[in-house]
Design a protein around this ligand. Structure first.
Ligand SMILES: Cc1ncc(C[n+]2csc(CCOP(=O)(O)OP(=O)(O)O)c2C)c(N)n1
Ligand SMILES: [Mg+2]
Length: 597
């Protein structure tokens, strides 16, 4: 039996799992771990990021494209704590990654070893991370790694995927034992989980009797890689498909049954259909607040009378927010496949001839008109939607696009059609500023031959732009489009919408006492990292700039200086959100008081 250190056991196991990259940032706490990585750098590549948040985002981006987990690591203390926002983002959106954080040697627990969190409980980082991982293990003996490693990968990737955490004391990393590396294949669990035939029968009956059925698809459809199965169910019965934020990509956006998004921001089309649906087939979604227009009856959902069939791999999601007629516990792919088989004898020969289908096209046209206005407004403003329209013209059909938060995220979601699953990569549930720059690096590692383009607000870019150094170090040709509107403008627009124009406060970047913008020169900033960079101020310049950026062969930044004045700073809201507002503002919390077109 070979003699291996704890770190070598981990590295050998990662190699056996087929993990090609480990992302992280070292410290004194990872000296032994790093040495394990160094000794096998021929088989597994270490990507050094500049902030631990980015290590998790990078792994997250990699998973969203490939469906395979990467590993990441931090040192003890601040490094571990820095990773939290990245892990929480992965947890919210159910993406798998395996995080190792160093801890002080077990024999020094509670003495105040360097960077140990120990006042309430020794080596207490696992307590900090517990709410945002599927599972955490605080390994205290090197032998435990042989059991914990396969478990960690199984838990992360099976059922509802999610991040897992292994706490790694420095002595465990360094201690040498005789060990045989476990074979990962012997520790797998299948995710083929089927619903019972009785429940499936009820669902089929309900769908067949529906006059206005609707499919609501969430991110679970993508995690389960069930987009073909979803499309088949939709096509068999001519059922229109809408999605949540995380569901973007479940259906090609040029499919005749695609009806865009629902909820607070949503689309006119989706929000016109959902409240009047008699049966909603909901797959892999949480009915989260923004999807449900803050649960305001009749805005996005009307339950009852709408009846819900809900498919989910996590029973905690079934009937969490709305009671269900049929709750189907199972994997989206297997349950949809079973549903297809059951529905096949009842297929509609040509759904495009139904009255329902024709009605839907009217809603779609209405929504397209709204988007067209925002792309080319009567004011001739250079809008984010206009910029994205130009980008869409020249980017590949299967380009991978990313976003973080704010107007930039919303624009990419609603105004940039995508045609291929897993090509819209965004921090959905957590809407994390700082996601795109590192996550895009993970996406490019996952799909080296595809275009990868991040569309980022200036505020979000400033949170992790240091990762340009990582992209440069490993020459990863990702294009970042920085949507510079000089502020946290989405929040500013909420202030003015809910509290009035005079209430805009603390959301714009002006040098104090002046009207001069306080943002850095993004072109200079990017160039200082050694990346190609240019600034674009009108729609006509977008495509040539993008063309140049794509052909540099390295990372590139395009700053786009877009419209910052309401209403063309953002896209119009089509649903509703419940933002509690003090009485002195006057009543401003009802759907008809907001500027919904
Ligand atoms: C880490 C983090 N902090 C705060 C927020 C709250 N927030 C949501 S959008 C937004 C503004 C984003 O600004 P920017 O990236 O410039 O996009 P814009 O809305 O201006 O297009 C803020 C502060 C968040 N989502 N994430
Ligand atoms: Mg901004």
């Amino acid at each position: 039996m070979p003699k291996l250190s704890g770190s070598e056991i981990i590295v050998e196991y990662l190699i056996k799992e087929g993990v090609p990259y480990v992302a992280g940032l070292p410290g004194h706490g990872t000296l032994a771990f790093m040495d394990g990585l160094r000794r096998r750098s021929d088989r597994i590549k270490t990507i050094m990021v500049r902030h631990e948040q980015s290590a998790a985002h990078l792994a997250d981006g990699y998973y969203r494209v490939t469906g395979k987990p990467m590993a990441c690591f931090t040192t003890v203390g601040p490094g571990a704590v820095n990773s939290l926002i990245g892990v929480a983002t992965a947890f919210m959106d159910s993406t798998a990654l395996v995080l190792f954080t160093a801890n002080c040697p077990t024999y020094m627990n509670e003495r105040g070893a360097m960077q140990e969190i120990e006042r309430n409980h020794w080596a207490d980082f696992p307590e900090v991370i517990r709410p945002i991982v599927k599972r955490t293990w605080n390994v205290t003996r090197v032998e435990q790694l042989l059991e914990v490693l396969p478990r960690a990968f199984r838990v992360a990737t099976s059922g509802r995927p999610g991040p897992v955490h292994i706490d790694l004391p420095m002595d465990v990393q360094a201690e040498v034992i005789e060990a045989t590396i476990p074979n990962p294949k012997k520790y797998r669990a299948t995710t083929e989980a089927h619903a019972s035939s009785e429940d499936l029968g009820d669902a089929v009956e309900l769908l067949l009797s529906a006059k206005r059925p609707l499919i609501l698809a969430g991110g679970g459809v993508l995690r389960s890689r069930a987009t073909d199965e979803l499309r088949e169910v939709a096509e068999l019965r001519g059922i229109p498909v809408v999605s949540t934020f995380n569901g973007k990509g479940v259906m090609s956006e040029d499919h005749p049954l695609w009806c865009y998004f629902i909820g607070f921001m949503g689309s006119k089309c989706g929000n016109a259909l959902a409240p009047y649906a008699d049966v909603i087939l909901a797959v892999g979604c949480r009915f989260a607040e923004w999807t449900a227009s803050s649960y305001k009856e009749g805005v996005t959902f009307n339950v009852p009378p709408t009846k819900i069939i809900q498919i989910d791999i996590d029973t905690r999601e079934i009937a969490k927010n709305y009671p269900v007629e049929v709750g189907l516990f199972g994997d989206a792919k297997s349950v949809l496949r079973d549903l297809t088989e059951a529905l096949r004898p009842h297929g509609i020969p040509d759904y495009t001839q139904t009255a329902y289908f024709k009605e839907i096209q009217g809603y779609k046209d209405e929504w397209h008109e709204v988007l067209d206005e925002w792309r080319a407004p009567p004011t001739n403003a250079f809008t984010s939607a206009g910029c994205l329209a130009e980008m869409r013209q020249i980017l590949d059909r299967d380009v991978i696009v990313l976003s973080d938060a704010g107007h930039a995220q919303d624009h990419l979601w609603r105004a940039f059609p995508i045609y291929t699953p897993h090509t819209h990569v965004s921090s959905g549930g957590f809407s994390t500023m700082g996601f795109t720059v590192p996550a895009a690096i993970g996406c490019k590692l996952a799909a080296p031959h595809r275009q990868v383009v991040g569309f980022i607000g200036d505020g979000s870019f400033l949170m992790t732009c240091q990762e340009l150094a990582t992209a440069v170090q490993y020459n990863i040709p990702v294009v970042y489009v920085v949507n510079n509107n000089n502020g946290w403008v989405s929040i500013r627009d909420l202030q003015s919408e809910w509290y009035g124009k005079d209430a805009v406060f603390g959301t714009e970047f002006f040098r104090e006492g002046t009207q001069e913008f306080a943002n850095p020169d993004f072109v200079l900033l990017a160039k200082s990292f050694g990346v190609h960079a240019e600034r674009v101020t009108c729609r006509e310049e977008v495509a040539p700039a993008m063309q140049r950026a794509l052909t540099t062969g390295g990372p590139a930044v395009i700053e786009v200086v877009t419209e910052r004045e309401h209403p063309y700073s953002g896209l119009p809201l089509t649903g509703w959100a419940d933002y509690p507002t003090p009485e002195y503002v006057g009543k401003k919390n009802e759907p008809d008081e907001l500027s919904i077109p």
